[in-house]
Design a protein around this ligand. Structure first.
Ligand SMILES: Nc1ncnc2c1ncn2[C@@H]1O[C@H](COP(=O)(O)OP(=O)(O)OP(=O)(O)O)[C@@H](O)[C@H]1O
Length: 256
């Protein structure tokens, strides 16, 4: 079977310099891939390039098809992207924001179908956004917005799901339920790629991981192996606390 996503020799220039450079990896259906690395390593840039928001050099293949050969609507039906934050400023209702996830499905048609409407309601339900559905998106808290952006992505029904720090604004209950949902989607055949900072969340919920440092992949493999690797301590400038659940300490501190 083809990989759901194959990224080869990807290079993305922002400002005057490459901030993602020579990045090659694959993501497979049925698995959750964590994208790890310190601030500024290029994680969001990588995800935006895959989502088609930033120009790139190199190849991005989706189920064996070059993303560069797909038109915008076809690409949008294949890749769903949950950004860290929304730039949306207009006072759309939550349901209208989620409906944006269906635009690529009714190109050339003005009105959505029953299928569109049921996909929207299902996505709102899965993302725990039902109680927000009629409120203006811009009046929501950060965590509420994050759930709505997830719903918009799910409404696309794309089988490759990209999430940029999806739990950053979520309380612990919503965060755990989000991970459980991602696991369910992976079991149903989705390929999931999530940028994550909390390494304990990566350890608990991702199967594989890549670690970026200054735009390049410096570690990759099964998440458990990646996090155990000594070089992760160097990359983040911390020490792994022996026998801790997944505790880290700064180098100058004595372990308690
Ligand atoms: N619009 C821009 N113009 C120029 N440089 C940029 C731009 N956006 C980001 N960068 C730079 O690109 C690099 C990678 O940024 P990116 O947001 O991809 O990092 P990240 O790994 O997602 O970081 P974080 O963990 O802090 O979210 C950083 O050095 C950043 O300063």
């Amino acid at each position: 079977m083809d990989d759901a996503l194959r990224v080869s020799n990807l290079r993305v220039v922002r400002g005057a310099r490459p901030v993602v450079d020579d990045v090659t990896f694959t993501a497979r259906a049925g698995r959750i891939l964590g994208v790890l690395g310190p601030n500024g390593a290029g994680k969001s840039t990588l995800v935006k390039a895959i989502a088609g928001i930033l120009p790139y050099d190199g190849d991005i293949d989706l189920e064996g098809l070059s993303a560069a050969q797909l038109d915008r609507a076809e690409r949008a039906r294949r890749i769903a992207y949950v950004p860290q934050q929304s730039e949306l400023r207009s006072p759309l209702s939550v349901r209208e924001v989620v409906a944006q996830g269906r635009y690529a499905h009714h190109v050339g048609r003005i009105r959505g179908t029953d299928g569109d409407r049921s996909a929207i309601e299902r996505a709102i339900h899965l993302a725990e956004a039902a109680s927000l559905a009629d409120r203006p998106f811009t009046a929501l808290s950060q965590g509420e917005r994050q759930r709505v952006l997830l719903a918009r992505a799910l409404a696309t029904e794309a089988r490759l799901l990209l999430l940029d720090e999806p739990t950053a604004a979520l309380d612990v209950g919503h965060a755990l339920r989000l991970y459980r949902l991602l696991r369910t989607l992976a079991k149903a055949g989705y390929a999931i790629l999530a940028v994550l900072h909390p390494l304990e969340e990566a350890l608990d919920w991702t199967d594989d991981a890549i670690v970026l440092e200054r735009g390049r992949i410096v570690l990759s493999g099964a998440t458990r192996e990646v996090i155990r690797a000594g070089s992760l301590e160097r990359i983040y400038g911390v020490h792994l606390v022996p026998n801790g659940a997944l505790g880290f300490r700064l180098p100058q501190e004595e372990p308690s």
